[in-house]
Design a protein around this ligand. Structure first.
Ligand code: NDP
Length: 246
């Protein structure tokens, strides 16, 4: 897909991977739609993209609300005429051991990491089906491959995203020409770790502070790689680790 004049919706665009992806794809010529709850951050990013000669709009979106995603698609179509790519990236990672029964945090992870992805797909699919083209990128994680302490629920949400992506690909790629990619990174240097409230897990992760992690831009480049292929090529999974992470 040549990204010039393509329309890309990105959830979780207010920081980290989503923000870096918006900047990269806008630089490559895409019109980007910046979705998240933090409107101020999104507007600052939009100004930066526009100042660099790119095209961007902001739609305040809570991915747990299907109506917000539908509204984001309506505004996208109103502004740019269609939607070609969805980067389903919003997520959080409040790790804790199961025995602590932090059920509120379990629910938040299910709501944002899984239901948010489903809501995104439901919102863009009618347009992509009609166009008989499109690309949905879902943000899974290396956590879909490996359990780590405190990660039982988080890992489960990322396994769900990875398997949902495979189901989407099998149902949508041959029939409608819609490509599907699951991105599965190891540790990336973003504010995701700040969503952890559990003191024991924070202590355990102290060692990781020393490790050289991936940069958000590395993941933006991986997303660009998956998108920048001939439409006959579906990159199913991108499993990408920091060299220093075992
Ligand atoms: P950040 O914390 O930097 O970004 C998370 C983004 O998700 C923010 O933009 C936040 O925006 C958004 N978000 C959270 N809740 C909602 C919501 N209800 N509605 C809309 N947006 C929401 O972390 P990352 O950039 O690292 O995380 C992005 C994705 O990458 C996540 O899915 C994460 O699981 C995944 N990932 C990250 C890894 C890492 O090591 N960092 C490794 C593997 C995968 P706002 O608060 O403004 O709504």
């Amino acid at each position: 897909m040549d990204l010039k004049n393509k329309v890309v919706m990105i959830t979780g665009a207010s920081s980290g991977i989503g923000k870096a992806t918006a900047m990269k794809l806008a630089k490559e010529g895409a019109s980007v739609v910046l979705c998240a709850r933090s409107e101020d951050e999104l507007n600052t990013l939009k100004d930066k993209i526009v100042k660099n000669g790119g095209k961007a709009i902001v739609v305040k979106t809570d991915v747990t609300k299907s109506a917000d995603l539908k509204e984001a698609v309506s505004q996208t179509i109103k502004e740019y005429g269609s939607v070609d790519v969805l980067v389903n990236n919003a997520g959080l990672m409040p790790l804790s051991l199961i025995e602590k029964l932090k059920t509120d945090e379990w629910e938040k992870m299910v709501d944002v990491n899984i239901k948010g992805v489903l809501n995104g797909v439901a919102a863009v699919l009618p347009t992509m089906k009609k166009n008989k083209s499109g690309h949905i990128i879902n943000m899974s994680s290396s956590a879909a491959h490996n359990y780590f302490p405190g990660g039982a629920v988080y890992c489960a949400t990322k396994v769900a995203v990875k398997m949902f992506s495979e189901g989407l690909r099998k149902e949508l790629a041959p029939q409608y020409g819609i490509n599907i990619t699951s991105i599965e990174p190891g540790a990336v240097d973003t504010s995701l770790f700040e969503t952890i409230t559990d003191a024991d897990i924070k202590e355990k992760l102290k060692d990781m502070k020393e490790m050289t992690k991936l940069e958000a831009e590395d993941i933006a480049n991986a997303i660009f790689y998956a998108l920048n292929q001939p439409t006959r090529v579906n990159i199913n999974d991108v499993y990408i680790m920091p060299t220093e992470q075992g």
